[in-house]
Design a protein around this ligand. Structure first.
Ligand SMILES: [Zn+2]
Length: 336
């Protein structure tokens, strides 16, 4: 019997949101794009579930609320891995992800989207690391205390560029994240922020859900200089499947897996296969025809295989590269 291209791959989706606070159960095949049954059906071994904190007022009350929301969402993410083993398994290390994969259990990797969750208090980084958080997206849409974002929030009085990239606090945050083994996620960051983070971080940086600017001129996408810089750190661009990042003003029904593969092809040709992966942004806006949920992941793999990606290449793109980054961050951890 021949193996289908997707079968048996250790697949990691590096960015999925969670419905919150009263979303449908992750344990049943319901309306979520990613739940545990769909991960199993689609051969998705591991997912980074993001505690997403929307940008709000940058005052004490706003920051306290943001930290509280991140804490609560991390608890909901952890609850996808109940102690009786009936759900997924919390897998905050590369070894734990591989062990969960070997056991056939969906691996849950906690993450935080938006450094606004830290407010001005870097001490919470230790708490988040203890909860298993493996990356923090420096910004969402809107500048925060750490850094400038790719898309300013004029409704929150953002100027074009507030810090000129990273703030002093943002630089401190990166140093502490390096010590804690938390990856620096530059999706949503301004280019200045991204370039400074790449120069500063002791471990490779990652864009967990971004596309290619040369193919779609959107401020959320990475230009060639950014791609080259990302690769120079040993880092990764995880191509996302948000329709208007794939093609200008497209809707999900206008696009299919070939459009995703075009962005993957471009990144692979520009910076090499070891610097490319996949982060869908499911349940946060991701989805195209034929890949509307985790169960349909084999359709993208089939398209890549059709374009000549062999098994080793597919294994790298789908998870091997991201595991390498996690391991690198773990090896550079220096807690004391
Ligand atoms: Zn996002």
């Amino acid at each position: 019997m021949t193996l289908a291209p997707h079968d048996g791959l250790l697949t990691i989706d590096s960015h999925v949101d969670i419905p919150w606070p009263d979303g449908p159960s992750p344990f049943e095949d319901g309306p979520r794009c990613v739940d545990l049954p769909k991960m199993r059906a689609g051969g998705i071994a591991a997912v980074c579930f993001a505690a997403y904190v929307p940008q709000g007022p940058r005052d004490d009350a706003g920051h306290i609320a943001a930290t509280g929301r991140a804490r609560a969402m991390l608890e909901v993410i952890a609850a996808m891995a109940p102690a009786d083993g009936s759900g997924g398994r919390l897998a905050p290390t590369a070894d734990a992800i591989e062990a969960a994969y070997a056991a056939g259990t969906p691996a849950i990797i906690p993450a935080i989207e938006n450094g606004y969750a830290l407010g001005r208090d870097l001490a919470v980084l230790d708490e988040f690391a203890a909860a298993g958080v493996r990356y923090i997206t420096l910004t969402h849409n809107g500048h925060n205390e750490l850094a400038d974002a790719a898309i300013p929030r004029r409704d929150l009085n953002d100027t074009e560029a507030e810090h000129g990239g990273l703030s002093a606090l943002g630089r401190e945050a990166i140093a502490r994240m390096n010590q804690l083994g938390i990856l620096i996620d530059v999706s949503h960051s301004a280019k200045s922020t991204m370039m400074q983070a790449a120069a500063l971080s002791r471990t490779p940086i990652v864009a967990t859900h971004s596309c290619i600017r040369a193919l779609c001129d959107h401020p959320r996408n990475l230009d060639d200089e950014q791609l080259d810089t990302l690769a120079a750190t040993g880092g990764l661009v995880q191509i996302t499947i948000v329709s208007n990042f794939l093609r200008k003003q497209a809707r999900s029904s206008d696009l299919n897996v070939a459009n995703i593969a075009d962005h993957i092809d471009y990144a692979v040709k520009r910076i090499g296969i070891e610097h490319v992966g996949i982060g869908t942004d499911f349940d946060g806006g991701g989805g195209v025809k034929g890949f509307m949920n985790a169960a349909q992941a084999p359709n993208l793999t089939a398209e890549l295989a059709r374009r000549g990606y062999d098994r080793a290449a597919l294994a790298q793109i789908w998870g091997g590269n991201f595991l390498r980054l996690l391991r690198k961050a773990e090896s550079k951890r220096s807690l004391f």
